[in-house]
Design a protein around this ligand. Structure first.
Ligand code: URP
Ligand code: ZN
Ligand code: ZN
Length: 465
């Protein structure tokens, strides 16, 4: 099957230009002006007035995550399907090692969840909850199997929490095997003290989830894990960075030459502590780190994205229904499952709030939602690029379309939207995964099981720093 995309404006991280794109089978076969008169194709897609961009890559999702006494609702099928509607063509999800388990057990379980179900290509990071001699040795094997990143937590004592010794040992291991440590950086033990004090005072509403998790707890933990990485001589990637205290730690580390990388998420750019108010409705907005004060954090995070102190915007997609799941925490915010839906909205929110609002260029938009995630997570130029030989993961994007986000029309398997009623400009007309059209003008044309495991290699972190 050969498909020709004509008359569009190709937008990449490096620049924009008018050209046609020829897709042959699963990959891009040619790029150039006037291809229409020169090549044969089975289908021609007219992209007049549209951007042609590499498909979005969301490197932080939690499909079917067992968490907070329940499970994140989207499966690999429903979650990747929703992602496709929003212009994302690859995800990297977090497989989980439970305490007392081998990494292998957790990774096998995630392969089983995804294989035959995912609509889009997917990779895995590995959550490590139990750092010991065996799991450290297993890390080396996982790197060779295309799972080169490992997430550890300074948060969630008793669940995913690792102490400094465990974190440091895992970092040392990556200096030998070439992998990357991803850190959830919040001071979990200190947060638990404050949370218990608030509950004892009768402050049990969702709002107090945001109060308990002081910005300095994220700043302290971010600085600490970066310092540990420096001591180990390892690169480090901070996930879901939410607040200026943590951003400052990353910026200072990068300024002194550390291979420190970080992502933020749409919820920290567009939602705030105010959303956690309003009684129990605030449960819809409970995630960790929590939503922060709008000022000065939103604009500081945008500045971080412009200046490359932040390299990636991912979603941390971890959806729980309001009814029946978030409701488990009525009367005690500590029992509300942590996590927000978002995999479907990321590319459009960043286009609207970033490009249309004049905060970032369209090239930087493509870079932070696709190209840089591909580079940092060992998928480039197979993914994240419009280049001959790259996978034909392409989006024909209408920069002018206006739509309103709503749970009544979204495709994520969750009963609310954090952005309900928000009008946004920009949307995907055609979404192509390895040469197959999976969404065409709002209609799903993909196939359960089309998605393949992306075997990733460690990146050259020194070069990307
Ligand atoms: O609240 C969140 N972020 N839930 C998902 C798990 C995690 O920490 O990433
Ligand atoms: Zn986390
Ligand atoms: Zn997460």
């Amino acid at each position: 099957m050969r498909t020709l995309i004509t008359n569009g404006t190709i937008v990449t991280a490096d620049g924009s230009f008018a050209a046609d794109v020829l897709v042959d089978g699963e990959t891009i076969a040619a790029i150039g002006a006037g291809l229409a008169g020169m090549v044969q194709s089975d289908e021609t897609i007219d992209a007049t007035g549209r951007y042609v961009i590499p498909g979005g890559i969301d490197v932080h999702t939690h499909m079917e995550l067992p968490f907070g006494g329940t499970f994140a609702k989207d499966t690999f099928e429903t979650g990747t399907r929703a992602a496709a509607f929003g212009g994302t063509t690859s995800i990297v999800d977090f497989a989980v090692q439970s305490k007392g388990q081998a990494l292998r057990t957790g990774l096998d379980a995630w392969h089983a969840k995804a294989e035959g179900n995912a609509v889009l290509d997917y990779g895995f990071h590995m959550i490590m909850s139990d750092v010991n001699d065996d799991s450290l040795a297993e890390m080396d094997q996982l790197v060779t199997e295309g799972v080169p990143d490992f997430k550890l937590f300074t948060a969630y004592p008793g669940v995913f929490y690792s102490d400094d010794a465990a974190i440091f040992r895992a970092m040392q291991q990556t200096t030998k095997n070439g992998g990357l440590i991803l850190m959830h950086a919040e001071n979990g033990p200190a947060i638990d003290v404050v949370a218990a004090q608030l509950v004892a005072e009768g402050k049990t509403d969702p709002y107090y989830h945001g109060i308990a998790r002081f910005p300095v707890f994220e700043g302290e933990a971010t600085n600490r894990v970066i310092r540990l990485a420096e001591a180990a001589g390892a690169p480090v990637y901070i996930v879901h960075l939410s607040v200026i205290d943590a951003l400052t730690a990353v910026r200072e580390a990068r300024d002194r030459g550390t291979q420190a990388f970080a992502e933020t998420c749409p919820q920290y750019l567009f939602l705030s502590l105010d959303d956690l108010g309003g009684g129990f409705n605030g449960a819809k907005f409970i995630c960790s780190p929590p939503l922060r004060d709008k000022d000065p954090n939103w604009e500081q995070l945008w500045t971080g994205l412009r200046k490359n102190d932040l390299q990636v915007v991912s979603t941390d997609h971890c959806p729980f229904d309001f009814h029946g799941q978030k409701e488990m925490g009525r009367g005690d915010f500590r029992k509300i499952p942590n996590g927000l839906p978002g995999v479907e909205d990321r590319v459009d929110l960043l286009h609207d709030g970033g490009v249309v609002a004049g905060r970032i260029s369209r090239e930087r938009w493509v870079e932070i939602v696709s190209t840089e995630p591909a580079k940092l997570f060992g998928m480039y130029p197979k993914k994240g690029a419009i280049a001959v030989g790259s996978d034909a993961d392409l989006v024909v994007y209408d920069p002018d379309r206006v739509r309103t986000i709503s749970a009544t029309t979204h495709h994520m398997d969750v009963d609310y939207s954090c952005y309900e009623g928000r009008a946004i400009q920009g949307g995907s007309d055609i979404v192509m995964s390895r040469g197959s059209v999976v969404v065409r003008n709002g209609v799903f044309t993909g196939r359960k099981g089309h998605g393949r495991f992306i075997r990733r290699a460690p990146a050259d972190y020194a070069r990307l720093a």
